[in-house]
Design a binder for this molecule. Structure first.
Ligand code: OOB
Length: 539
């Protein structure tokens, strides 16, 4: 085992290797597809399209260029790219060298990026020049000042003082790569519940297995056209079956710049999209827009909804409105993904979040003493399997809390499972807010707030929201009177926290309710804000 990268105990490892994994690497997979599909379009973005052959070639040219720069197997690179074709060229180039991308999201700012660079000791940071009105070079300048390991900042587009990606391609040169299926391919980000996002190490073998299973279940093949409206580096659009599943199956990936109906509906019509994956707030907007717009969306066979709980009420409306199958997806970057099946009854598809994709996924539902509960009783979901990690990268003692001794991941989700294995998500006991699919670790934001001189104590909880499902509310005990919510929000913005983590609401109190053990009683805080919101709607 490479240091910092937990993996399965030998016996399980060999079992999965024998029963599940295909022993491919991403590099060899693309080579194969380029041979089979050649000029067929693999990826199409607003600015360019790439055939399988071109993608394979660009990946080789970039791999040679990255190697010339000195990037080598085992290095980490923080990758922060929007939904553009270069994402794929860069990823496959890195995969071929055994350099591990850390998949940052476009919404991340200084606080997150600086942390990823430092924690992963990244040697390079790869960005787009400007996107969605934001200049990433500005962020890179800040990060560069502090991140001691960074040797290269590479920019897609106008590089200014940095290195331009277009200057990295080596057209004539070759490279040497020695990457095997049991090597780690990249680091995904956890939603987190304690402190900063944890880094999730995923292997070629385990991730490709998740693509194979996803493709089977979602009916992916060379005729599939997958539209990505969510940030492509997130585990859900990346692999469930997502863009990598699509490429595995020989289909076409269409990248949308954003999830607005303007962008998405016109792409569905123009590109004959067959499948797309969204989060609940996006499908709510699409349902409204569908009433008044008249694009032809008849190519669409499947709309997947996941990342956060979809209400049954919204679920009922999706198939009739779009004339296609709804598929619920309940997954996690740590591994386990559950799907409703394409031929499941309406009842199942509307009311459950599906069942595990692999027969080798092991599921345990336990009470607070880790005792197994009965069928259809609510408890915490623990899981182990051929594509669920055994520990976070350099997870230290956190791994002991997040995983059982026999290697089950504690999801922190409260679920119930019926006799046929279908799961319904009932709640959560991890200290996290799920803001329409974007995850906020309460402790991370609390720690930042505690650094403000006017804050004596801070506790962040979710509050119900009809559109996002949940928003965040920070309860603050101030050091003095007259502290303003706006100045605390400004403070968080200035330290460079991603916008979605900035509390939607701030409430000032003199003390926090406590549990009998003397801990902050977040359940009471959630009730308090819920009651207040209810009263406000009554007025
Ligand atoms: C996906 O991955 P993450 O890592 O951003 O978040 C995982 C967590 C789960 O533990 C659960 O709390 C929540 O997000 N979640 C859902 C859900 N899907 C995810 N809660 C209720 N209903 C659902 N359908 O979010 C993710 C990764 C792969 C595929 C799909 C989603």
């Amino acid at each position: 085992m490479t240091s910092g990268f937990p993996t399965w105990p030998e016996e399980l490892f060999h079992f999965y290797e024998k029963e599940c994994w295909t022993n491919e690497t991403f590099g060899s997979m693309l080579k194969d597809r380029a041979k089979t599909y050649g000029e067929k379009i693999a990826v199409k973005s607003s600015t360019k399209e790439l055939s399988y052959r071109e993608l394979d070639q660009k990946a080789d040219e970039l791999a040679a260029g990255f190697q010339k720069l000195g990037l080598k197997k085992g290095d980490k690179v923080v990758l922060q790219l929007p939904n553009e074709a270069e994402f794929f060229e860069v990823c496959f180039a890195l995969f071929r060298l055994g350099v591990l991308p850390v998949f940052a999201l476009p919404s991340h700012r200084y606080s997150e990026i600086h942390y990823f660079c430092e924690f992963a000791e990244a040697t390079a940071y790869i960005i787009y020049d400007k996107h969605g009105g934001y200049d990433y070079r500005k962020l890179a300048r800040e990060v560069q000042k502090e991140a001691s390991s960074l040797k290269h900042i590479i920019v897609v587009g106008e590089a200014e003082e940095f290195l331009s990606l277009s200057d990295v391609y080596e057209k004539e040169a070759s490279f040497t790569g020695d990457v095997g299926p049991n090597d780690f391919a990249f680091l995904q980000l956890s939603g987190g519940s304690t402190g900063r996002s944890k880094l999730i190490p995923r292997m070629h073998n385990d991730y490709i297995y998740s693509l194979v299973k996803s493709n089977e279940i979602c009916g992916m093949n060379e005729d599939s056209v997958y539209l990505t409206v969510l940030p492509v580096a997130h585990n859900y659009p990346l692999s469930s079956p997502g863009v990598l599943g699509t490429l595995y199956g020989g289909g076409k990936v269409v990248l949308a710049r954003d999830p607005s109906p303007d962008e998405a509906f016109s792409l569905i019509e123009k590109e004959n999209v067959t499948i797309t994956g969204v989060v609940p707030p996006v499908v709510l907007i699409w349902l409204e827009a569908r009433k008044t717009r008249n694009e032809d969306l008849s190519s669409l066979q499947v709309i997947q909804v996941g990342g956060a709980k979809l209400s049954a009420e919204a679920a009922k409306r999706i198939s009739p409105a779009f004339g296609c199958t709804l598929q619920q997806v309940y997954g996690m970057a740590e591994g386990l993904v559950n799907y409703t099946r394409l031929h499941d009854s309406d009842e199942r598809v509307i009311f459950t979040q599906g069942k595990p994709m692999s027969e080798y996924d092991e599921i345990r539902i336990v009470d607070e003493n880790d005792q197994i509960v009965g069928i259809s009783e609510v408890g915490e979901l623990l899981t182990r399997g051929p594509y669920t990690i055994q520990g976070y990268y350099k997870g230290g003692s956190h791994n002991e809390r997040a995983f059982t001794k026999d290697g089950f991941y504690r999801t922190g989700d409260l679920v119930k499972v019926d006799e046929e294995g279908y799961i319904t998500v009932e709640g959560r006991h991890k200290d996290q807010i799920n803001r329409g699919g974007e995850k906020i670790a309460a402790e991370e934001v609390e720690n930042h707030l505690l650094a403000h001189e006017d804050v004596y104590d801070a506790a962040i909880v979710s509050m119900p929201d009809p559109f996002l499902g949940e928003r965040s509310c920070a309860y603050i005990i101030p050091h003095r009177e007259g502290v303003k919510a706006a100045s605390l929000k400004k403070f968080l913005k200035e330290i460079g926290l991603a916008a979605f983590k900035i509390p939607d609401r701030i409430e000032f109190v003199q003390k926090f309710p406590q549990t009998p053990l003397g801990k902050v009683d977040k359940k009471s805080l959630r009730q308090m804000i819920e009651e207040k919101l209810n009263q406000q709607t009554l007025v």
